[in-house]
Design a protein around this ligand. Structure first.
Ligand SMILES: Nc1ncnc2c1ncn2[C@@H]1O[C@H](COP(=O)(O)OP(=O)(O)O)[C@@H](O)[C@H]1O
Ligand SMILES: Cc1ncc(COP(=O)(O)O)c(C=O)c1O
Length: 267
């Protein structure tokens, strides 16, 4: 049986909840085939769980991209990109492949860490990747950085940032309010350049949401590969990630990953 094919350009989260691990598990749950171009490996200190990011050589990233793209892919996602060289390379390869279903998850920090992974990456993502994205999925912090609006604290500010990010070239923007926004519900804002749509789901009272952002963007990518419109892809991904967060679980005293397969398992 021929399958739809996806590629994730992302880092490895050694703890398994986020990064390429989340992406592949999510692709599998959507019955699409997943390939990977690994950009970095993230490890955690056993004491304190501080993250360390080790980038992969740009040449090796290029060889991975050439391998996967030579097969032909239906949709591409990027997550943690580690260096500006890798960001520019990804842009070049997306162009060469004429990829029009590309989801940019502009990862800037790991949950639980407050240090931005290389601020110059934000500028490179704005310049090289936003113009190529069919969908981008910043959280509140990432949206403020990409749009250069500063901290976002209201729906009006969310709309303003979405407008700016759209002007930078992303065709569809989803700003994730998540658990830091609104009261009873987890609100995301979708903007296609014409209309703002609010996506709402029940807010789950948990800190076990490691990998939620990656899972959401990977589900959007899988849905695009399956031929859904951007709006449907995002709506369906929201239901998928909400189930995953609802069944988040404790891995150790520092981290709790989402349960990537919960949507189908607990239907
Ligand atoms: N506690 C929560 N309850 C319900 N939905 C959540 C919760 N936390 C995050 N989400 C949703 O999960 C998705 C990923 O968001 P988030 O975890 O904020 O992304 P990131 O990992 O990039 O910070 C979004 O749709 C967001 O609204
Ligand atoms: C490789 C990698 N990508 C992405 C992320 C972001 O994860 P989340 O989906 O929780 O925002 C992390 C966080 O640890 C990571 O290690």
């Amino acid at each position: 049986m021929a399958m739809k094919k996806t590629l994730t350009i992302a880092g490895s989260d050694t703890s398994g909840g986020a990064g390429i691990a989340a992406d592949l598990k999510t692709f599998q749950e959507h019955d699409v085939y997943g390939m990977t171009a690994l950009t970095c490996i993230v490890t955690m200190d056993p004491e304190g769980w501080h993250h360390r990011v080790q980038p992969i050589d740009t040449d090796l990233v290029e060889r991975q991209l050439e391998t996967a793209l030579s097969v032909g892919v239906d949709a591409v996602k990027s997550g943690m990109l580690a260096t500006t060289d890798i960001i520019e390379l990804a842009a070049k390869k997306l162009d060469e492949a004429k990829m029009d279903r590309y989801v940019l998850d502009p990862v800037m920090v790991c949950k639980g860490e407050d240090e931005v992974l290389q601020p110059e990456n934000t500028e490179a993502m704005r310049e090289f990747l936003l113009p190529r994205a069919l969908v981008t999925t910043p959280n509140l912090f990432e949206a403020g950085q990409l749009a250069q609006t500063g901290p976002i604290t209201s729906l009006e500010e969310m709309k303003e940032a979405a407008g700016k990010i759209h002007e930078y070239g992303a065709k569809n923007v989803v700003i994730k309010g998540g658990r830091n926004f609104g009261n009873e519900t987890a609100i995301d804002l979708f903007y296609d350049g014409k209309e703002f749509t609010i996506l709402e789901a029940e807010k789950i009272d948990t800190t076990y949401n490691h990998g939620a952002g990656c899972t959401f963007a990977a589900a959007i990518t899988a849905n695009l590969a399956l031929g859904k419109t951007a709006k449907d892809a995002v709506n369906d991904a929201k239901a998928f990630v909400t189930a995953a967060i609802k069944h988040g679980w404790k891995l150790n005293e520092y981290v709790g990953p989402v349960m990537h397969g919960a949507f189908h398992k607990f239907k």
